[in-house]
Design a protein around this ligand. Structure first.
Ligand code: NDP
Length: 478
């Protein structure tokens, strides 16, 4: 019913203008991805992040290395004059060539798996979508093809990791923990190199010039990216590779290395470490199982590739998303059964909401609404929008299932899962809780950013949607 009323309204609007476009649509160019113009607030945030984000990562890792994961102790000592920035810096392990070798082998191996081993897992794992898949339509109207083989890369990498730990003993399973800070310098070198390369490439030889966005502000361009989908050759896609491979494949390996270190130091592995490993592995596996779906998420569909994604995937993600495991190496917390069970429950319920919400939208979009959500036909609002090439397209916004409860319940589920990882570390220190604070800022900001974009894209149709589903993350509250 809502759908047909919306369709009629859309048809009438579409009839108003020439070339099938309404005057309103003709006036508004497509507003996808990051902004065209930079306000002072965004610019200050960008410069602040460029200057401070690397130090935030260093601070947390250093706090574990030198202060048993106390976030306040370095500040107190600095304030009381018991230490200096220089002495903190000089105590930090420096760059080593052996770490550089490990890192180079790691990244090269992931490039090899990504580029040279086409997916075969989709041929024998029922229900898994892999191999060559279409991305979403870009602002210029293109649809890119992607080789989706992340699950296969994850499986091969982890099979090798376990084979090494059990049989080959080429390297110690604690290798990542043992080289953690030297590896961080290498990750920074790659993060800056790839962001700078992408920035330069956008000016000199962009993959698709029509999908580039220049704001005129060099800092903003560097950080938020210019090119939409930079590629080398036909298949090496920067966004898909850097987000998924050195970052997310590494996530579970890093946790395994922490687990091995706990075993080495204390002779046993705590239930908190197992919980963190299991819950985060579930999240990582979910990511790779749904990699084809990931092609339709904001990172790939709307964000341009700059320092935010390039450096973020190389440094921020592997170093800060794994703080819980790192903390548990220094503080081997053994949780009571009730506490452990509560954490497990929170993590699983969060995961269920996160996955089901994402699944409902995917199913709804794939079938164009011809599916069943919670046992009945979904309700939706029919929308229209223009792409940069002037084409008029139609879309639907679902108003039932989880998408009728709040506009981003997938973020809410994600946040519940994130809180579970932190709560697994007990309440001794605040360092492991950085993750939930960060995720809350990230997802609330993302939600606002996405809604701003949707509002520009769909105009009045978006307003009709927000009237039907008034809350963003928590029904009745926000
Ligand atoms: P969503 O999957 O929520 O996608 C938002 C887009 O979905 C909108 O831009 C719009 O796109 C479309 N949409 C919005 N409302 C509706 C509706 N009612 N019906 C149908 N389509 C709708 O966002 P993300 O891509 O940000 O997130 C994907 C997942 O990844 C989330 O679960 C998030 O929690 C997770 N995530 C995790 C991060 C991490 O670091 N751990 C970081 C970022 C995300 P359109 O233009 O097509 O209409």
């Amino acid at each position: 019913m809502k759908g047909s009323v919306a369709m009629e309204a859309t048809r009438r609007r579409a009839q108003h203008g020439a070339n099938g476009k309404s005057s309103e649509e003709e006036r508004q160019p497509a507003q996808w991805g990051r902004a065209w113009e930079v306000d002072w607030f965004s610019l200050s945030a960008v410069i602040g992040l460029l200057c401070f984000a690397p130090f935030i990562v260093f601070y947390f890792v250093m706090a574990c290395d030198q202060y048993q994961c106390s976030v306040s102790q370095p500040l107190i000592e600095l304030y009381q004059g018991e230490t200096t920035l220089l002495s903190i810096w000089s105590r930090a392990p420096s760059f080593t060539w052996s770490a550089a070798k490990i890192y180079a082998i790691w990244v090269s191996f992931q490039v090899f798996l990504y580029m040279c081993v086409p997916d075969i897992t989709h041929k024998f794992i029922p229900g898994y979508v892999g191999g060559v898949q279409d991305g979403a339509r870009t602002p210029a109207g293109l649809i890119n093809k992607y080789e989706v083989n992340g699950l296969q890369c994850w499986l091969i990498t982890h099979a090798l990791w376990f084979a090494n730990a059990q049989y080959f003993h080429w390297f110690s399973p604690t290798i990542i923990f043992d080289n953690w800070i030297p590896l961080m310098w290498c990750a920074n070198i790659l993060g800056y190199a790839v962001s700078t390369y992408a920035f330069t490439k956008a000016y000199l030889f962009p993959t698709c010039a029509e999908d580039c966005k220049f704001t005129g502000n060099v800092f903003y361009n560097y950080m938020m990216g210019i090119e939409f989908n930079p590629r080398v050759g036909k298949w090496f896609d920067f966004k898909l590779f850097f987000n998924g491979r050195p970052g997310i494949v590494a996530w579970t390996l890093i946790n395994l290395s922490y687990m091995a270190k706990q075993q080495e130091l204390y002779g046993h592995v705590t239930n908190s470490m197992i919980l963190v490993n299991v819950l985060q592995a579930l999240y990582v596996l979910d990511f790779f199982w749904n990699e084809a779906w990931y092609l339709k998420t904001i990172d790939i569909c709307h964000d341009h590739f700059g320092w935010y994604l390039g450096w973020g995937d190389c440094v921020w993600l592997p170093y800060l998303y794994t703080l819980q495991g790192l903390y548990l190496v220094y503080h081997p917390v053994q949780l009571s059964s009730v506490h452990a069970l509560a954490v497990l429950l929170l993590g699983l319920v969060g995961y269920y909401i996160f996955r089901s919400t994402n699944h409902q939208k995917d199913l709804f979009r794939r079938t164009e609404g011809s599916c069943s959500i919670w046992g009945s036909k979904p309700t939706y609002i029919e929308c229209s929008y223009n792409s940069g090439d002037g084409g008029l397209h139609r879309s639907k916004l679902m108003t039932s299932g989880f998408w009728g409860v709040a506009r981003h319940l997938n973020y809410t589920g994600d946040l519940m899962g994130s809180l579970a990882y932190c709560a697994a570390c007990g309440f001794g220190h605040i360092l492991p809780y950085f993750y939930i604070v960060y995720m809350t800022i990230l997802l609330v900001h993302r939600c606002v950013r996405d809604e701003h974009r949707c509002s520009s894209k769909y105009g009045k149709d978006w307003k009709r949607y927000t009237d039907v589903v008034p809350r963003r993350l928590i029904p009745g509250v926000f």
